[in-house]
Structures are given as C-alpha cells and as structure tokens.
Design a protein around this ligand. Structure first.
Ligand code: DNO
Length: 355
C-alpha cells in the first residue's frame, strides 16, 4: 500500500504540501481539480500543473478524489451521453498524465451526510457526528443551511453552495428514481467508460454511500457486500473497483468490514481507513483512528487489507479537530497525521509478523 493524505490544492486547503511531506511514511497525496464542476472536461494543462506542484514538493499524485458524476448520468436523462463523453475525455487526459486511480461516488443529491460538524468529545476535540433522529427531523432543503455555519469558512466537498442552492431542483430530478434504476444507470456509465479505463489502465474506485442507507427517501445502492458484489459482477472488469471506506460502510453495524475487504480481493483500488464510535446504532461520531477510541478493530481492517495483497493508495480519513487547529471539518493536519502514523504502525507490525 501507499500511505497518502487527501489534499484540496493550495487555493483551498489549510494544510500545505510541505507539512504533508513531513508526516513519516506519507509519500503521496490524493487530490482533485477542486474548482471544476461535475460534467466539465478537465484541461490536460491543469492536471499536469497539479501533478507538477505535488511532485515538486517531493510527493506523488497517487490518485484523484473525485471526478464527480453529473446528475444527468445518475438519473439517466437524455443528455447523459454528452456528460459521459466529457467524463471519458477527462479520463483520457488523466491517463495521459499518468494517473491511474479515480475515486467517484454515485450518491443522489447529497454526497456524505452528517448532522453535526463539531460535536465535542470528552477529550475536548470536536468531530463530525450523525444521528438518525436529527435527519428525520430535518427538512432536506434546509440541510445545507443547518451545517454551513460549522464549515470553518471552508467549502466542503459535496456541499458546495452552488450545488446546495439547487437542492429543490435536484430532489425533483430524483423523484422517480429507485435502487434498480440507479443500478441500471451506473451499469450504463461503467460500460461506456471501461474501454478508456482499459486503454489507460485507470482503476475506477466507487466510494460508498455515507451513511450506508437511504436518507431523505433517496435511493442509495453502494451500501453493503451484496450490492457491491452485484456492481462488480454487472460490469466484470478489474478496472471496475471500489474505494473501501471503513467509516462509510461502517455506519451500518451489520457490515462486517474485514469480511467485506476479503470478498473484494483485487477490486479494492483505494482505501479510506478511519474509526467511528457508536453511542447507539443510529448515533455515531468520528473517533480517533485508534481502535480503543471507537467501535472498530483497526488491526483487523488493516490485516484484511494485507491479506488480500492490497497495493493501492490508502489514506487516513476524517480526523478530529485537535490542538486548536482551524480547518475544514474532518480535514485538518494534526489528527490525520496521527492517523497515518498509527495505520503505518499497524501495517509495519503486520508485515513483520508475516515475514
Ligand atoms: C468525505 C469524502 C467524500 C468522498 C466522495 C467520493 O469526506 O469521503 O466526499 O470524497 O464521496 O466521491
């Protein structure tokens, strides 16, 4: 595996490449052209400039998170082919730039959903949290307003103000969508892009829906082992793979994370590893990465990745806000650096046990 950190680019991130370079064992970043909108064709020059900036800082660009999917593709509207063609052009350019891993998601309207961005934990750190009760009590169209004040002045991915301004329109677009239609549209999209992925050796890594169940009555399909295996089989190409995100699949306590990892051998192209602390099955908060701080056994998760011979990029995920850092919720430097170091420690121990 290659240990990486997510980085939003010098215009958007509070964390610098220089700081990332100094985290022991982190050799790459996962980034994106953050200013682009879903459906836009990415310019090769912009991709190359991003790559060069990262390489000049002594790191590699280990993959893209995300090239976002236009809603026309998800709902299968008549103009979807135009947006798929744009997506293909972007993939070709990424391939030409030597980038071989692309993370994306197929979630309707909202990307990941949390109900609090700064819940205080007993140690005084603040974390993202979710309660089903809060979601059930919330008007989805007000969702953005209710969390916007806690973003510390940043623009959180998936929660861009331009997108949230259109939330009513987006809900109308998904009115007739159900799981089957969403699966069919995902299949159509994947079948169209796979020849390009084969040509440029690009691993597509779908990110799970977070939380891993339907919210606000919207269909959600990338939620459990059964559905991801269905997705792998419906377009049976090694480039059709997943981002294994322990914090997203882990929102549903029925998901056995190490077992899911083992069932996805050769199809996990990217891993997000983090811990959650469940207070009740419908109330969870994002803990430190350490097993004992949360609900998951992080050793077992790393061992399962080791056992399947995982070689792709991995990153610590949402960190707590600690040591008075002011940054994008979940994406500060300090706790993610602690997470990377801890995960590297687990990996080193596992490797040495297997010598
Ligand atoms: C949240 C992230 C997601 C993820 C996208 C992938 O912090 O894990 O926004 O990047 O769902 O497309």
């Amino acid at each position: 595996m290659q240990m990486t950190l997510r980085w939003y680019g010098s215009k958007y991130d509070t964390v610098t490449l220089k700081q990332i370079r100094q985290i022991p064992g982190v050799t790459g970043v996962i980034s994106t052209l953050y200013g682009t909108a879903p459906g836009e064709v990415w310019e090769l020059a912009d991709i190359l400039a991003l790559k060069k900036e990262i390489e000049n800082a002594g790191l590699s660009l280990a993959g893209i998170e995300s090239v976002n999917i236009h809603d026309a593709i998800k709902v299968g509207s008549p103009d979807r082919d135009m947006y798929i063609n744009n997506y293909i052009t972007t993939l070709e350019r990424l391939g030409q730039a030597g980038i071989h891993m692309v993370c994306y998601n197929f979630m309707p309207v909202f990307d990941w959903t949390r109900t609090e961005l700064a819940r205080m934990r007993p140690d005084g750190s603040t974390v993202l949290a979710y309660t089903q009760e809060a979601v059930d009590a919330l008007d989805p169209e007000k969702m953005f307003d209710s969390i916007a004040g806690e973003m510390n002045g940043t623009v959180m991915p998936g929660w861009e103000p331009e997108r949230m301004a259109r939330v009513k329109e987006l809900f109308a677009l998904y009115k007739d969508m159900d799981d089957e239609k969403l699966f069919a549209n995902l299949k159509y999209f994947l079948e169209r892009i796979m020849p390009t992925c084969d040509k440029y050796n690009i691993n597509m890594a779908i990110h799970p829906d977070d939380p891993a169940w339907s919210v606000f009555g919207l269909p959600r399909i990338i939620i459990n082992k059964k559905n991801i295996l269905r997705m792998m089989q419906m377009v049976d190409n090694p480039h059709n793979g997943v981002t294994f995100c322990s914090g997203s699949y882990g929102t549903n306590l029925d998901n056995d994370l190490p077992d899911m990892i083992r069932s996805l051998k050769d199809r996990i192209h990217f891993a997000h590893v983090r811990n959650l602390k469940f207070n009740t099955p419908t109330d969870f908060e994002e803990a430190a990465h350490l097993s004992s701080d949360g609900t998951f056994d992080m050793y077992e998760i790393m061992l399962a990745l080791y056992d399947i011979g995982f070689t792709g990029p991995i990153r610590p995920d949402h960190g707590r806000m600690i040591w008075d850092e002011v940054a994008m919720p979940g994406y500060g430097l300090y706790d993610r650096a602690l997470g990377a170091t801890y995960l590297n420690g687990l990996w080193e121990a596992i490797e040495k046990q297997h010598l």
